[in-house]
Design a binder for this molecule. Structure first.
Ligand SMILES: Cc1ncc(COP(=O)(O)O)c(C=O)c1O
Length: 439
């Protein structure tokens, strides 16, 4: 890849938080809820962001290996800003009424899917949670309204739902099943800690469907992340999604694939389910699809759409024109980055693996979705140690986030267009911190 000479090499003076950051953090703490927790391990106040570099109000510059938790798959890109500004000059709110930006977005999203999914429909939402909740609602609307969904251990699909119970209008309430969502929880293949393999999981699922004494209501849908995100960047074995697809076909369940974190090029394919050549019935999309402006979408079968009553999903902010403009730019940009993500993702995985540290249990991932699970003697690293390492990385100029069942997985999720120099420098910082060379 061509080297970008204009890169400002990040630097931090190690004094984090600096005095200006401290001041703003204190004010935030005074006015905003005490429940904010990102600032426990990222104690800075942001001044500006450009590409994959974040500058705090004290002038420290950080390499961004977090990308807003995959909200910024092409970083703080000048072209996204141009697209937003161009749209801003026209209008920035349009309810469900068409704008050129909206039509351009819809066409771009449809073009980003494999050919057998081109006639699917799009429904908009605001957040990832909103999209997944609506996807499950759709599956119940076309399935059995009193039904149940299968979800996995370690899954993260969001945190919204419930307030519909307080809304009075029956026309809104009749299509929203969320307060009563019933989930059947089954294991996700996570070979580092558990020995459930794909055939065990499928046997368990078949038992639930076939045995009337299983204790569950009959499910009408199955919800899965192609690679678990918050659960720990867990890559299931090849064949897992295919086996789930076959299971869903056999028992006529809607297969809902949650691509909120794994989609939009993150794994080296536009959609992570494409690694297994399957066709989901419903896809949940958010994060980078709005280029940093809140947006989500549910992309689902046309024959499902025919069965939905009108109105189905409500919300005054859905498909904001700024998000339409930014999102269309991002969707159309990603295909040109996929080869790079595949190639450099493999290189980075090897680099993580080659770090000589007894504290690394496993490195796994696809593309730029790489997890480094920390621990020793087959025990997860403690939260306290993880936090210390994260703070040391920050003090050295690297922003990196964690996830996992035990909160012990460092996750690499740099922007897909992050300059190579920043990956090299980030890797050096990560390695030095993990090896204990940074005090
Ligand atoms: C796979 C997955 N689904 C859903 C969500 C929820 O998205 P949001 O935080 O936008 O509600 C997330 C968020 O990280 C996610 O990773």
């Amino acid at each position: 890849m061509k080297k970008n000479k204009a890169i400002v090499i990040p630097h931090s003076n190690g004094n984090i938080p600096g005095s200006k950051s401290k001041y703003l953090l204190e004010l935030q703490n005074k006015y905003e809820t005490r429940t904010i927790f990102y600032t426990d391990t990222l104690p800075i106040a942001i001044d500006s962001s450009q590409g994959s570099i974040i500058t705090d109000v004290d002038g420290n510059k950080f390499i961004d290996w977090m990308a807003g938790i995959s909200v910024l798959n092409i970083g703080f890109d000048q072209e996204i800003r141009n697209a937003i500004e161009k749209q801003l000059a026209k209008t920035w709110h349009a309810l469900e009424i068409p704008t050129e930006a909206r039509i351009n977005f819809l066409k771009s999203l449809s073009n980003s899917f494999p050919s057998d999914m081109k006639d699917y429909r799009t429904m908009f939402g605001i957040s990832g949670s909103d999209a997944v909740e609506t996807a499950v609602n759709i599956s119940h609307a076309v399935g059995n309204p009193r039904s149940t969904t299968i979800a996995f251990e370690g899954a993260y699909h969001g945190v919204s739902g419930g307030i519909i119970s307080a809304t009075a209008g029956s026309k809104y309430r009749r299509t929203v099943y969320s307060p009563g969502f019933e989930m059947i929880r089954v294991p996700f293949p996570y070979s580092l800690w558990y020995d459930t393999d794909v055939s065990d999981i499928i046997s368990e699922l078949r038992k639930i469907l076939l045995d009337h004494e299983s204790g569950y209501n009959r499910p009408d849908s199955l919800l899965v992340e192609p690679i678990q995100g918050e659960g720990g960047y867990i890559v299931p074995p090849k064949g897992f999604l295919k086996a789930l697809r076959e299971f869903c076909d056999e028992f006529e369940l809607s297969m809902i694939v949650d691509e909120v974190q794994s989609g939009m090029g993150r794994t080296g394919k536009m959609w992570a389910f494409e690694h297994e050549n399957i066709t989901p019935d419903i896809v949940c999309i958010s994060k980078s699809v709005g280029g940093g402006i809140p947006l989500s979408a549910i992309y689902y079968r046309d024959d499902y759409d025919e069965k939905l009553p009108k109105p189905f999903h409500m919300g005054t902010y859905r498909a904001n024109p700024l998000a339409m403009a930014a999102g269309a730019y991002v969707i159309n940009k990603i295909p040109s980055l996929l080869e790079r993500v595949k190639r450099d993702g493999e290189i980075m995985k090897k680099q993580f693996e080659s770090i000589n540290s007894e504290n690394i249990l496993e490195v796994r991932g696809k593309g730029f979705m790489i997890g480094v699970e920390m621990g020793k003697d087959h025990k997860p690293m403690s939260q306290e140690k993880m936090m210390k390492l994260k703070l040391k990385m920050l003090r050295s100029g690297l922003i990196m986030h964690t996830c996992g069942h035990f909160g012990n997985v460092f996750r690499y999720m740099g922007a897909l267009n992050i300059p190579e120099e920043l990956n090299e420098q980030g890797m050096r910082i990560f390695s030095e911190v993990v090896k204990g060379e940074v005090k």
